[in-house]
Design a protein around this ligand. Structure first.
Ligand code: NDP
Length: 247
């Protein structure tokens, strides 16, 4: 039986985030996420309600420490202590490194990696005090194997692994597990924005012959969040249709 928990999923209104929010809510957890654009968020919440999901929405930009802290504070004031944190918010600003601007570098590092500090830091002490917690980073296949035009993104996503294995060590004695999921190419807006001919080449390289579904990533989050997953910590779960296999 699932013990209901308070879960914060960053970037929950996006493709993978929506599936994670729905999956955790279906399991009986009270799920919160952030938004940046109020109008878009209202439509999203309406759509969730029509599908039978009540996901709590809070304004929040995770790329800066103050706004990350304020987001956690708002969630905790409204719902109670965050027990499950899924660091999922992310962006791409692709270009080859020799053309990359400082803005493209910093925007991606701030949103994809510094956000992990900005949101995890305000929840970790409470998790330690209460002796239970789940922290999951949504990294990427490209943080493991690199990608042309993604030096910024791959650096941020690879950084998540160092964070995960250090935080896992520091908190293993406090009932807290910390893990990373590295999705391959999943059919969300982020990947559908890639030119069709590039996407076709990517799919041709995937042994299963298709893009992943957001629900297939959410399934892994649910697996790591489970009470029974208490001995899985400091791990990385590759979910990529066989696109990148390694030890
Ligand atoms: P989407 O673009 O669909 O969703 C991204 C989400 O992150 C949106 O809700 C977005 O909010 C939010 N977000 C972006 N910047 C910020 C910010 N500064 N503060 C708060 N929220 C923010 O992407 P996906 O669902 O495809 O990706 C989700 C995660 O999975 C990302 O970390 C991505 O890197 C990773 N991933 C995705 C893969 C894929 O193939 N799709 C493959 C591997 C990893 P808003 O709408 O307001 O911008």
């Amino acid at each position: 039986m699932t013990t209901p928990r308070i879960a914060l999923v960053t970037g929950g209104t996006g493709g993978i985030g929506t599936a994670i929010c729905q999956r955790l809510a279906d399991q009986g957890h009270r799920v919160a996420t952030n938004y940046r654009n109020a109008e878009k968020a209202q439509h999203w919440q309406q759509r969730m309600r029509e599908q039978g999901h009540d996901i709590a929405l809070f304004p929040g930009d995770v790329s800066a420490p103050e706004s990350g802290k304020a987001l956690v504070q708002a969630v905790e004031d409204a719902l109670g202590p965050v027990e499950i944190l899924v660091n999922n918010a992310g962006i791409t600003r692709d270009t080859t490194f020799h053309r990359m601007s400082p803005e493209q570098w910093h925007e991606v590092i701030n949103t994809n990696l510094n956000s992990v500090f900005n949101v995890t830091r305000p929840v970790i002490e409470g998790m330690r005090r209460r002796g239970w917690g789940r922290v999951i980073q949504i990294s990427s296949i490209n943080g493991l194997k690199g990608q042309y035009g993604q030096a910024n993104y791959a650096a941020a996503k690879a950084g998540m692994h160092g964070f995960t294995i250090s935080l896992a060590r520091e908190n293993a004695g406090f009932g807290i597990t910390v893990n990373t999921i590295s999705p391959g190419y999943v059919a969300t807006d982020m990947v559908m924005a890639v030119p069709e001919e590039v996407r076709a080449k990517i799919i041709a390289d995937i042994p299963t012959g298709r893009l992943g579904k957001p629900e297939e990533i959410a399934y892994a989050v649910a697996f790591l969040v489970a009470e029974e997953a208490a001995w899985i910590t400091g791990s990385n779960l590759d979910i990529n249709g066989g696109h990148h296999m390694g030890w």
